[in-house]
Design a protein around this ligand. Structure first.
Ligand code: ATP
Ligand code: MG
Length: 534
């Protein structure tokens, strides 16, 4: 007997149901319009990419790469598995015996070219690691072959060791492609930029994306495992502070349009590849002193202790109350920026003032991801508890080159956390401009039916949301249904209306009622729609 069970959405994922989905669509639509008014254009990206893309760009010792990625290994074609087995199958029979050795060497010579072809064809990942392993197998195989031919004499021990190394290398080959559900999209935008040679297009490229991201985090309010972002990136030769300022202006214009109240913009500069390493070293030394001084040694928790060596900047991110007093006394990056970075930051602030953008400087804003340089920023909103960041971003001038792209390409961008932005709007109750169901059509009598079908089609063509119930209904019942569904108007069609060629229109908010002919009805509702923005 099959077990009766109910399925539920996977932990950390959720369904966005009506009426919330309308709010989501409206939010995303407003974002598209706002970003496009700044001449950003959409890029649609895959939601999974090679794992290495994220590992390399986000940084191996970040939480995202270390703990939060959803990674799967693709399955290689069967014949590729069999090629590998030709070599690994020798594992149990390794002996310093000419006959056994001949077989191994023969198989290596047969199989390695096939594996190389598979790499070329894209069936096996073309990674440095795989290339190294294949090169190793070939080199060891050649030494064994020379030994068999009497050109080089190896001891039994050497023969065993080389054979074993060949088998291990074959076992270590990664035949399936490692793929990861994207935890963020900046790396993908850069990958696409490079892949399509977009640096040759005129001017800076201004791109935006909308879609889901995936991180295995502890789910809580405002933190999900599948969440959504709207992001924008500017990539190109220029890193003028005016670009940073325009990106921030656009962000705040959007937040204002969607009624995201009480936001705060925090900005910082974390220097460049010239000045940041020196500051990081200084920070590390100071943190080591704190750790090693008996008077302060217990002041840093285990995470921060570890980060002293792996990523000291991240210590500044700490929210642990007991760490705050020591962190506040640490050296600040603003005193250690090189002249060029200091000037960039100061010009950015001038640009923000020119645009009448309020901001707060926050020297501890370093952001979680490794690739940031110079400008970093974050926007917080109210009503979200401790998950109050609705947007994060910054400059990443070396990222395109780090991902194998052309040198000299600069970048800046942000990602808005749509889930949190919408939560904050909902908490503030600022939803009055949302479109909803406009019209319910109520009919009574067989002659009314074709009239109802016809007028429903015409109203929908005018852009109104129309509900035409499949059955006829007493008018009292129809009005109460219209109310429950949140319609603004009911159009009533009974025998009288059919005879006189008119419609009775009832406004539900105040029961205002009027009789209109078809063109008057269309004109009236159409102008109401334009007025309400619905
Ligand atoms: P946080 O510090 O809150 O974890 P983050 O620094 O990891 O944020 P970013 O990688 O900069 O976040 O992503 C940009 C925005 O995406 C965040 O400001 C937030 O609004 C949103 N975001 C990030 N992770 C999640 C998540 N797990 N669930 C919902 N929204 C998220
Ligand atoms: Mg995070």
């Amino acid at each position: 007997m099959s077990e009766k069970r109910q399925f539920r959405a996977i932990k950390g994922t959720r369904d966005i149901l009506p009426p919330d989905s309308a709010l989501w669509n409206w939010f995303e639509q407003t974002a598209r319009e706002t970003l496009e008014s700044y001449n950003f254009r959409e890029v649609r990206l895959p939601i999974f990419e090679e794992t290495e893309l994220f590992a390399r760009s986000i940084g191996a010792d970040t939480d995202v790469v270390g703990k939060e990625m959803y990674t799967v290994e693709g399955r290689p074609p069967q014949e590729v598995e069999e090629f590998r087995r030709c070599i690994t199958g020798h594992g149990s029979r390794i002996k310093a015996d000419r006959f056994v050795l001949k077989h191994l060497v023969h198989d290596v010579e047969q199989v390695v070219p096939e594996l190389r072809l598979a790499v070329k064809a894209g069936d096996v990942p073309d990674t440095q690691e795989n290339q190294k392993l294949l090169d190793g197998i070939v080199a060891h195989g050649a030494r064994l072959q020379a030994h068999l031919r009497g050109e080089a004499i190896l001891s039994d021990e050497q023969v065993l060791q080389l054979s074993q190394t060949i088998v291990w290398a074959a076992e270590d080959l990664r035949l399936g492609e490692a793929m990861t559900l994207r935890p963020e999209a900046t790396a993908s935008v850069c990958r696409a930029f490079i892949e399509h040679g977009m640096q040759t297009l005129p001017g800076n490229q201004k791109l935006y994306y909308v879609g889901p991201m995936f991180r295995r985090e502890r789910p809580q309010k405002g933190r999900y495992r599948q969440f959504y972002q709207i992001g924008a990136e500017v990539l190109g030769q220029s890193d003028a502070p005016a670009i940073d300022a325009e990106v921030l202006e656009m962000l705040l214009v959007l937040f204002k349009r969607v009624g995201l109240a009480n936001t705060t913009l925090y900005i910082n500069s974390i220097g460049c590849k010239d000045c940041r390493p020196k500051y990081v070293e200084l920070l590390r030394e100071e943190l080591r002193k704190i750790r090693d001084n008996p008077a302060t040694t217990g002041k840093l928790g285990p995470d921060s202790q570890r980060r002293i060596e792996t990523n000291p900047l991240r210590v500044l991110d700490s929210k642990l109350p007991e760490e705050q007093p020591v962190i506040e006394k640490l050296p600040r990056i603003s005193n250690h920026l090189c002249a060029a970075c200091r000037q960039h930051f100061s010009e950015l602030k001038d640009e923000l003032n020119l645009r009448e953008i309020c901001y707060e400087e926050n020297w501890r804003l370093v952001r979680g991801l490794d690739y940031y340089t110079r400008t970093t920023f974050e926007v917080t909103a109210t009503g979200l508890g401790s998950q109050n960041a609705v947007c994060g971003g910054g400059r990443y001038d070396g990222l395109v080159e780090l991902l194998g792209g052309p040198g000299g390409v600069k970048g800046i961008g942000f990602a808005i956390g749509t889930d949190r932005a919408i939560l904050s709007i909902q908490e503030s109750g600022n939803l009055s401009r949302l479109p909803g169901l406009s019209v319910l059509i109520a009919r009574m009598g067989t002659k009314a039916y074709p009239v109802a079908v016809n007028i429903a089609r015409k109203l929908r063509a005018c852009g109104l949301a129309v509900e035409l119930p499949p059955q006829e209904m007493k008018f009292g019942k129809a009005l109460s249904l219209a109310n429950k569904l949140g319609a603004r108007y009911a159009v009533i069609i009974g025998d009288d209306e059919v005879t006189s060629g008119t419609f009775t229109l009832k406004r539900l908010a105040d029961a205002d009622q009027r009789t209109l002919n078809e063109s008057e009805l269309l004109e009236y509702l159409e102008s109401e729609r334009r007025g309400s923005g619905a």
